[in-house]
Design a protein. Sequence first.
Length: 143
Amino acid sequence: MTEQPAAFPEQARGRRAGVSWDVLGAVALGGSLGSLLRHGAGLVWPGPWSTLIVNVVGCFAIGVLMFVITEVASAHRLVRPFVGVGVLGGFTTFSTYVADAVHLVVEHRPGLALVYLGGTLVTALAAVVAGVLLARVCTGWRR
């Protein structure tokens, strides 16, 4: 009888897979803060354009953060879960982005909804690239 391969690599190495409570706590705390910031932005400037700006700013910050903590500086292991996944994940809101597009369709503005959907996607991705490039320039990083 042959032994079945482990379903998870941790099991194959003899370790039990478990929850990393400090990482979970960092994500939860960061997500709470990011969501509060997002809600505040929506109160100051309600509507789909607020969502667009929040997503672009958040994606720009993700580009800067990920470049800095992977290429420039050694960060504490909880920085990425707290800031990247938690704060910036809670701040950016692609579910609201879709809800805003549906709202535009309901208001009989399907063309604007398509422009909004495509424009947000393109500008958010461009913002990540711009964040990485700006971080490279500001840090003087060279390969």
